[in-house]
Design a protein around this ligand. Structure first.
Ligand SMILES: [Zn+2]
Length: 153
């Protein structure tokens, strides 16, 4: 892009001046110049590319953040469904269950006898079925040991 310096004639005094000079060195006339069409195309392409990249980055950012919250579900998920319930397996951690269900459960009871590996916690999730439908998951030492559901669809 740089290197070869092009010259043009000053419109006022007719002396040769550098093509990109803002004013004539000989008579001081300010040279108003239009961007060359090639430069305009270049700037447009840069703009479009950067906007595209920016938009894409925002979208992928929103995608990754929403999928980490909803566990990949396209919809905002605040309840547990039958298929989500079926994905809960014995030995999963609470965090893994939250990812599967798509939202945090409500801690219903906690029994801690002093050893964290034997601490029992029961979490409840609101079901997607009729009002009152729900799923309870029992964790012992941070791992799923049993689960139960009522009215999930
Ligand atoms: Zn001049």
């Amino acid at each position: 892009m740089f290197g070869k310096e092009k010259f043009e004639k000053c419109p006022t005094c007719g002396e040769f001046i550098l093509e990109n000079a803002p004013m004539c060195l000989h008579c001081g006339t300010q040279v108003k110049r239009k961007f060359s069409s090639r430069r305009i195309i270049f700037i447009c392409v840069c703009l479009v590319l950067s906007i595209t990249c920016f938009t894409w980055a925002i979208i992928s950012l929103m995608d990754s953040s929403s999928s980490s919250v909803t566990g990949g579900s396209a919809f905002k998920d605040t309840t547990i469904s039958m298929s989500e319930f079926n994905k809960i397996k014995t030995g999963m951690t609470y965090d893994e269950v939250v990812v599967v269900v798509g939202c945090k459960g409500e801690l219903m009871s906690e029994v801690d006898i002093g050893y964290s590996e034997y601490a029992t916690k029961i979490y409840s999730w609101e079901g997607n079925g009729y009002a009152g439908s729900n799923a309870n998951v029992t964790f012992q030492g941070g791992k799923v040991v049993s689960k139960a559901q009522i009215g999930l669809e």
